[in-house]
Design a binder for this molecule. Sequence first.
Ligand SMILES: [Ca+2]
Ligand SMILES: [Ca+2]
Length: 362
Amino acid sequence: MKTFLFYLVIAISCVACKKSSSENEEVGTLPDVTLKTNVLVSGLVNPWEIVYGPDQFIWLTEKSGKISRLNPQTGAVSPLLTISEVRVNGEGGLLGMALHPDFATNPYVYVVYNYGTTYKGKVVRYTYSGGALNNPQILLDQIPAASIHNGSRLLINANKLFITTGDASDTSTPQNNTSISGKILRINLDGTIPADNPNRNSPIWTSGHRNPQGLVLVSSKIFSSEHGPDSDDEINVIEKGRNYGWPNVKGFCNEPNEQAFCTQNNIVEPLINWTPTIAPSGLTYYNSNYIPQFKNSLLLAVLKGSKLVQLKLDETQSRIVETKDFYVNSFGRLRAVCQSPEGKIYICTSNGSNDKIIEITK
Ligand SMILES: [Ca+2]
Ligand SMILES: [Ca+2]
């Protein structure tokens, strides 16, 4: 038995090592391609999330409350639903969206939006049937909201729904574990709390966030982008139960007044920070051969800096080894980014009028 296990381990290691070396060789032989852009649709108003659906349509939210499907072949936009309860207030409104990973069997659409005069956020699951979204089920409610810092990017991984929340303009909340503000939350797809959350009775997965607006799976890791204050925008690797520092720590643990707090609270430092700030928003992880020079990179939609940023990762996706800017000031502020299975990239603008979804191809 021991001998068998020994050979089994050797065999598995060899398969793993061959796979990674052949992938590397493959990447090495593929030349860079020239990128082209094509405006698929214009005339949108503050699109916030774009998701490439299993139906080969791009699903989009607009802050005012609209959910639509865009046919990337024709540019035609088909409205699905306007959520009348949504109340736009500064940065708040209808924001993040995610589709169930097994959409054919479970045609569920998850959205998060702000509503009400006291202004809160809620996560709602709709069912897509007959070309419409029906049967709203509230999964999480009473998320503090404000005219600034509402987080609200959604990600489904391993049948768990991750939700970013901002500090909603109250810096006392990110370090307060009785508040779901300034956190990244994790719930089951039916809204219940997973048994393996850090606290069995709380949706809180990580704390100490200011306003994270990007969330993406990279192999088995989750990466997030986060808006800093007047300095220190961040990219973080999100680890169960960890504290990301805000408001006591901005960016790295490099200031004398940050270091004691960092040590006491085992603060996670970002992979990278930006000072002056660029306002980083939506994130995707690109690993397609379609655009070889983007392989193993995060692509980041940037608002204030008005560009798409490529963040090339190392082989173990532990470090950012190179950054490169694209489309600087070409389209204005960029809010979100997604990709097709083929490897085409889609970005949406956030200029407040005549907003666009742009396709990037070779
Ligand atoms: Ca931080
Ligand atoms: Ca710092």
